[in-house]
Design a binder for this molecule. Structure first.
Ligand SMILES: Nc1ncnc2c1ncn2[C@@H]1O[C@H](COP(=O)(O)OP(=O)(O)OP(=O)(O)O)[C@@H](O)[C@H]1O
Ligand SMILES: [Mg+2]
Length: 348
């Protein structure tokens, strides 16, 4: 087991900057989720730890030692890919055993290790099958087993659940968390799914366009987003972000005064409100309904004011607004405030 550190890592492909000075430390035994939208540089960062890509500048360290010049096979990390990458002509047992064959381990011990890890992952009955005779979830478990059997110092997982259906994904999520706690192996888990990140990570590192936005526990990111991007990305749904104006101790949204003073702020500001902090009303901030989502017990009304989107919860029996209809919204709790230009959180 070992810590992993990115020290001011940049990565360019030609003229394209993919990572802009990433500083990030993953503690020994920690489960860190690297979260961000498609194309933000997650896979590139992970591949640099595996040694499949090298930094343009900066260093990657494993267990305190810089590994920039260490070949992938000497890094002792195990990567699990989205597409599983199993050998189709080998049985489940041979697939799991594969990484051990390059090592000086007797056949008996290899077989024992394969049996142990297969037991751990509920694969004991499937050892003689070929990958094509398995379901997607079972293939995913074989890929995990193959990583675990190596007893690496670090697991690198690149969206390993994205090919699974929703039910299986939720179950595998908790299985991976349980295994990781049991093995206490440092893990970097890449995903663009914030629900996955919130439910799995000890900490989450949020990346956007090659820039690290914030690192923290799920609760810290949810309650204390450092900027508007994190506020809008984290949470189900994320915060609604609205342009507002503060002047002389008054806060106006779309020309309507709110009950909040935004004291100390002046001029254009972006406010962030969670779905619990707004309600439909007979008067207040005017918005246009874009649609209604019935999610079982919850009903969400999606609306816009100018270019800003907002989501409001509605009672199950309340009359549903129609698309294009004007609705009115009131803030019920103090919003968070962000700089209108930089998006950084501003205190009042
Ligand atoms: N070998 C390469 N050559 C040129 N550009 C690349 C290369 N690999 C990645 N990129 C670019 O770098 C950016 C980041 O890619 P990366 O695969 O790290 O994103 P990601 O965050 O993993 O996205 P996704 O969630 O879609 O997997 C993308 O714009 C991608 O097109
Ligand atoms: Mg990727």
């Amino acid at each position: 087991m070992a810590s992993v550190a990115f020290n001011h890592v940049t990565k360019k492909f030609g003229d394209t900057s993919v990572l802009n000075g990433l500083d990030l430390e993953v503690a020994d035994g920690e489960f860190l989720v690297l979260l961000g939208p498609s194309g933000c540089g997650k896979t590139t960062a992970l591949r640099m730890v595996a040694g499949l890509e090298s930094p343009t500048t900066g260093t990657v360290a494993i267990g305190g030692s810089v590994v920039n010049d260490v070949a992938p096979q000497h890094r002792d990390v195990a990567m699990v890919f989205q597409n599983y990458a199993l050998y189709p002509h080998l049985s489940v047992a041979k697939n799991i055993e594969f990484p051990l064959r390059q090592r000086d381990i007797s056949a008996d011990i290899r077989a024992q290790k394969v049996r142990d890890v297969a037991q751990m992952l509920g694969l004991a009955e499937l050892l003689d099958r070929k990958p094509r005779q398995l379901s997607g979830g079972q293939r995913q478990r074989v890929a995990l087993a193959r990583a675990i059997v190596r007893e690496p110092v670090c697991f690198l997982m690149d969206e390993p659940l994205s090919n699974l259906d929703a039910t299986l994904r939720a179950r595998t999520r908790s299985e991976i968390v349980r295994l990781q706690h049991e093995l206490a192996t440092t893990t970097i888990f890449v995903t663009h799914d914030q629900v996955e990140a919130m439910t799995m990570g000890d900490r989450i590192a949020v990346l956007n366009a090659g820039d690290l936005q914030q690192v923290g526990t799920p609760t810290e990111l949810f309650e204390n987003p450092a900027n508007a991007f994190v506020a809008g990305f984290i949470g189900n749904p994320g915060m609604s972000l609205l342009s507002a104006n503060a002047s002389q101790g008054q806060l106006a949204i779309g020309g309507t005064q709110t009950p909040f003073s935004a004291s100390g702020l002046n001029g254009a500001v972006t406010i962030g409100v969670r779905i619990d902090g707004v309600e439909l009303s007979s008067s207040g901030i005017a918005a246009i309904c874009d649609g209604v989502e019935v999610l079982g017990a919850e009903v969400h009304v999606l609306a816009h004011l100018g270019d800003d989107q907002i989501i409001v919860r509605q009672g199950a029996s309340a009359p549903r607004p129609k698309i294009g209809e004007q609705i009115f919204i009131q803030l019920t709790t103090e919003p968070l405030y962000f700089d209108a230009v930089t998006g950084l959180r501003v205190s009042q």
